[in-house]
Design a protein around this ligand. Structure first.
Ligand SMILES: C[S@@+](CC[C@H](N)C(=O)[O-])C[C@H]1O[C@@H](n2cnc3c(N)ncnc32)[C@H](O)[C@@H]1O
Length: 221
């Protein structure tokens, strides 16, 4: 019997996500996101929440709900819950979180932002990247399921709209950046063929699909 790759813990969907490095185009997109996040880092230590199997190269520590993710990265990481962070007040300059708020029941999401605000120093930043809902995402997922590239749909709570992410951040932080990212070529990021990485330039030139929301908030001084 194959090992379980996801579970529900206290309502949160924790999982071992797909290995990004097996998907050459997706790997390049993550590198682009890493660079974008780097531009928004504040001074001080950086924490990445719910990093899955890919922690930002500038993160000093990560926190993950799925134990084997926390154990498998080369950087320091702890197993834990983003709704109750095991870190002291004002101990970080930046908190990063990518593609994970939709794994937590809607009523718990503000707690995550409050916890991020608690562990950040005044002037510190929260940097979030979340998938947006929409027809193109539904179609892409439909294709992936048909091709057998996705086995189970764990996105039971649905994705957050741009406005949802903005509102969560704005309750605790001054929003300093808000933009969407994504291209119709996102569908090709599922491919494992090395050839797919050559689509990256075209992916960059066709940024008119709202696939991700990128929001940076700053904790008031
Ligand atoms: C879709 S994956 C995204 C992983 C990674 N951030 C990325 O972009 O590749 C969602 C991640 O959130 C983690 N997660 C979900 N709820 C969590 C919680 N309450 N606390 C910590 N991690 C959580 C899951 O274990 C999973 O690794």
């Amino acid at each position: 019997m194959s090992e379980a790759t996801w579970d529900i813990q206290d309502g949160a969907i924790v999982e071992q996500p797909r290995e990004i490095r097996r998907h050459p185009l997706l790997a390049r997109i993550y590198e682009r996101h890493d660079a974008l996040i780097s531009e928004s880092l504040s001074t001080g230590r950086t924490l990445e929440l719910a990093f899955g199997q890919h922690m930002h190269p500038d993160a000093d520590v990560g926190l993950e709900g799925w134990l084997s993710n926390a154990q498998s990265v080369p950087d320091p990481a702890v197993a834990g819950d983003a709704r109750s962070l095991p870190f002291e007040d004002a101990s970080f300059g930046t908190v990063i979180g990518r593609r994970f708020l939709h794994h937590v029941p809607p009523e718990d999401r503000q707690r995550i932002l409050s916890e991020a605000a608690r562990v950040l120093k005044p002037g510190g930043r929260v940097v979030l990247l979340e998938g947006t809902p929409g027809l193109y995402r539904r179609l892409t997922k439909g294709v992936a399921f048909r091709l057998g590239l996705l086995e189970e749909d764990t996105d039971i709570y649905g994705h957050l709209s741009e406005a949802d992410v903005y509102e969560l951040v704005a309750q605790e932080f001054d929003v300093v950046t808000k933009r969407t990212l994504g291209s119709p070529l996102m569908v090709a990021s599922i491919a494992e063929s090395d050839l797919s990485k050559h689509l990256y330039e075209a992916y960059q030139r066709t940024q008119f699909v709202k696939w991700w929301t990128f929001v940076v908030g700053e904790k008031p001084a």
